[in-house]
Design a protein around this ligand. Structure first.
Ligand SMILES: [Zn+2]
Length: 544
């Protein structure tokens, strides 16, 4: 590009970010002229995680297109969730080329997740570091992924800026210090999920993409007691544990993830079908529940079953007596752990429950302190709070809780009561301010509260909800008349479309030409003819 400085590509920078850098440093003030130079077309928009035109960008940046496709986009994550090799190739081709039909190819459209508008995200602390190191802030690829809402390195919530229509995507902006504002602290679950997604992305960048996760799911679910002897999912237990595990993500008024992910109905599809594509977020919800890292997940077949302990304690197999016998013989917990495959923590809980002495490392805990910890635990204080109050570790508090039969269940009950109160209050406040709100409005505005109450307090919820709207009568359509009107409209248009769907969009995007082609024969035939004529004209390069 004449008079422009070509910026260096920073490893881990998103494709959108490099183009924004190039634009900022170029001699052009007009974005459209810049785009025409770079992409041979004005008005090019680049998606933060699924950009197209990568070959053009790579050429300008002096990089390999495949390298940019992996380092500057979320391609490895989407490709992982597609189960068909041809689909992966089509997605790569679309991203390298002109990007036609990308939302459908990536499976985003079919995922049925309300992903909201697209966002550009940055971590305030990373930004300051980047400005110091490179003299300029940039958009990190890993921060842009769906589901990544926190920076694990700095334990900060990511700041976001709307990027879709009306946002900054057409402007090509870079993050800078003037955009910084106060952000809430992310929850532990947000940090965990964000770092898991990034770790999975890095794993997929370095490993072969031909991995069938359903086999690993079945293996790990079986190891952790979630599959029956016949290979079916123990859904009640699994749903309950998934709920408990991810509860922090969906309990706030604005959950960081699409609320549909909290229903876990997609889990059987992931586990039982090798050939179904779905959104990578659905995979991550199950994977991160079953293992602590992608490496651990994909090496599951080399490990000994890690979770026998839980089902073993719950079902009270005779082995429990064996462990107690060994404890009574003063065998060390570590030794028992090796002999039985149980974790030391699990053996310790068992010993505490049966009042057997175990070697405490924290000898300074007095009986008064132990009683005080128990009292606070009984009142439902958080483990972290109790630990801080008594200057002991969270593990010590946990051991105390586990040593009292039923205390853990009581605390779970208290959590449920508190949540019920909060969600009921959210719903009542909304209803008080929106007397005419429909059920759908409530679902959209207070999604977390609605779905929680739907699952746990349905009777009460239905008593509060407004009556469901009556289905209204729609007179049947006169297709022949519509066909003629549409044909007239087509005849008056100057068609400049390459596909039927593009032509349909210019007619108002109602999908009639595609969905009802049998009912609209005249218009459909005319549309096909006009498209063929346009394609011919384009090939001959005749200026219109
Ligand atoms: Zn950071």
């Amino acid at each position: 590009m004449p008079g422009s400085v070509i910026p260096d590509y920073i490893a881990g920078e998103s494709v959108y970010s490099w183009v924004a850098q190039y634009f900022v440093q170029s001699a052009y003030c007009d974005r459209n002229r810049f785009c025409t130079q770079l992409f041979r077309k004005p008005y090019i928009r680049l998606h933060p995680t699924l950009p197209a035109h990568i070959e053009a960008v790579a050429r300008a940046a002096g990089q390999e297109p495949q390298y940019l496709l992996h380092m500057g986009t979320a391609f490895p994550l989407y490709a992982f969730a597609l189960r068909n090799k041809n689909k992966v190739q089509s997605l790569a081709a679309a991203m390298l080329g002109k990007g036609w039909g990308m939302m459908a190819l990536s499976g985003q459209a079919a995922s049925k997740l309300t992903l909201g508008g697209c966002l550009l995200k940055f971590c305030p602390a990373c930004l300051l570091e980047d400005e110091e190191k490179f003299g300029v802030g940039y958009w990190h690829t890993a921060h842009q992924f769906c589901g990544v809402t926190a920076c694990a390195e700095h334990r900060l919530k990511l700041q976001s800026i709307a990027a879709s229509t009306g946002g900054i995507d057409r402007q090509y902006l870079l993050p800078d210090s003037s955009m910084l504002c106060e952000q809430p602290v992310p929850s532990e679950q947000e940090i965990y999920l964000s770092s898991f997604i990034i770790a999975l992305y890095r794993y997929l960048c370095s490993q072969s993409p031909i991995i069938v996760p359903s086999e690993y799911y079945r293996l790990l679910l079986a190891q952790q007691g979630y599959l029956t002897r016949h290979g079916n999912i123990r859904s009640r237990k699994l749903w309950h544990d998934l709920d408990e595990f991810w509860v922090d993500l969906f309990s706030g008024p604005t959950p960081p993830l699409p609320i549909e992910l909290a229903s876990y109905r997609y889990v059987p599809g992931l586990v039982h079908y090798n050939n179904r594509s779905s959104h990578y977020l659905k995979h991550v919800m199950l994977m991160a529940f079953l293992s602590r890292s992608p490496q651990a997940f994909f090496s599951a077949d080399n490990q000994s079953p890690p979770h026998v302990s839980r089902s073993f304690l719950e079902t009270g197999w005779p082995t429990e007596q064996t462990v107690l016998g060994l404890l009574r013989e003063h065998t060390s917990m570590r030794k028992i752990s090796i002999m039985t495959g149980l974790s030391v923590g699990c053996i310790k809980q068992l010993a505490n429950r049966h009042h057997l002495p175990v070697g405490h490392r924290s000898k300074f805990i007095t009986p008064e302190m132990e009683r005080s910890i128990w009292r606070q635990a009984l009142m439902g204080f958080k483990r972290e709070h109790i630990a801080r109050h008594h200057s002991v570790s969270v593990g010590t508090v946990e051991a105390n809780i586990q040593s009292h039969q039923g205390l853990s269940a009581w605390r779970r009950h208290l959590v449920m009561v508190r949540r019920k109160r909060e969600h009921r209050a959210t719903l009542m406040t909304y209803l008080a301010h929106h007397a005419r709100g429909s059920r759908n409005n409530i679902k959209q505005e207070c999604g977390a509260a609605f779905y929680w109450l739907y699952r746990h307090d349905r009777e009460w919820l239905y008593l509060q909800l407004p009556d469901s709207q009556k289905t209204c009568y729609h007179p049947s359509v006169d297709w022949a008349q519509r066909d003629q009107a549409l044909a007239v409209q087509l005849g008056q248009m100057e068609v400049q479309a390459k596909s039927l769907s593009e032509l349909d969009r210019s007619l108002g995007g109602r999908g009639w030409l595609i969905k009802y082609k049998d009912k609209l024969p005249i218009s459909h035939a005319l549309a096909e003819r006009l498209l063929a004529e346009y394609a011919k004209k384009e090939n001959l390069n005749i200026p219109s």
